[in-house]
Design a protein around this ligand. Structure first.
Ligand code: SF4
Length: 269
């Protein structure tokens, strides 16, 4: 029988609950099938992940252990990226310049450093100031944390990996910038972190990736699942965003138990 999104017994399709279910279902379906959700190869945003085990799962293209939770923050982030790309392209058109290189794919490693061909789409490169710009859309508490404690090292690595990609393309990046937009606030809350471009940050991260690759080759957890435990984990509160997080798991081939504190806090709530 043909069914409409949100159809459920006893719920009228034009009631508020029927409409809510219909919209939620359509959004979830679109989100699950979005290009970013289906991206399988490791990208510059993931290389600096502090947890070697998570990187190992990703490199092995291991099946996810959870459904990723509520996708709304990432939908808002993706939509904001699209809007910002259009705004920068509009600026180029209005000024008759090509000041901003927007959403261009850069090649970070030809596999000679990490063993992987690594490329990614960079949010923007400002040719007037030779600045790599990466947009981040964050909630209030995260914004406060980054301002007071500094930004995530993973982000700093990501920005420098893009810098290396631009350098490989013949440009001369000088600065890396992370532009943090408040997810629920006003444009006045935009906060920008900058640093001098440092190719050694990128190269060190690629070498670390190569070390994890070597460990995977030596341990071969696909054939010997008990070897997963030899890939070190770095559990943290970020485990709850990890696709391989399976609270309470005793079998690392199925999922990683991650941060017990987070697990207990989540299950106790
Ligand atoms: S759940 Fe946590 S510790 Fe386990 S792989 Fe993911 S990030 Fe690492």
């Amino acid at each position: 029988m043909f069914t409409q999104p949100g159809d459920a017994p006893g719920i009228e399709p034009d009631s508020s609950e029927g409409i809510r279910r219909m919209l939620t279902e359509i959004i979830l379906d679109a989100s699950t099938n979005a290009p970013r959700s289906r991206q399988r190869r490791i990208g510059p945003s993931e290389v600096g992940d502090p947890c070697p085990r998570r990187l190992a799962y990703k490199l092995m293209d291991w099946p996810a252990a959870n459904d990723g939770g509520d996708p709304w923050p990432s939908i808002v982030g993706t939509a904001t990226h699209d809007w910002l790309a259009n705004a920068l392209e509009r600026h180029n058109r209005q000024t008759g310049t090509k000041r901003f290189l927007v959403e261009e794919r850069v090649h970070v490693d030809d596999s000679s450093v990490s063993g992987y061909r690594l490329s990614g789409s960079c949010d923007a490169y400002d040719t007037a100031t030779h600045t790599v710009i990466d947009h981040k859309v964050v909630g209030d508490s995260v914004m406060r944390k980054y301002k007071t404690e500094g930004v995530r090292e993973q982000y700093r690595i990501q920005a420098n990996l893009y810098g290396l990609g631009w350098e490989n393309a013949g440009y001369t990046p000088q600065t890396v910038a992370l532009a943090f937009y408040p997810r629920g606030g006003m444009l006045g809350g935009l906060w920008v972190w900058t640093d001098v471009y440092d190719r050694t940050v990128a190269l060190d991260a690629l070498k670390r990736l190569g070390t994890i690759r070597d460990a995977l080759i030596a341990l071969d957890p696909e054939a010997r699942p008990q070897m997963w435990e030899h890939l070190p984990a770095q559990p943290s509160s970020a485990c709850r965003f990890c696709p391989f997080w399976k609270p309470g798991s005793a079998d690392l081939a199925v999922g990683c138990p991650g941060d017990l504190t987070t697990h207990q806090a989540t299950t106790a709530a």
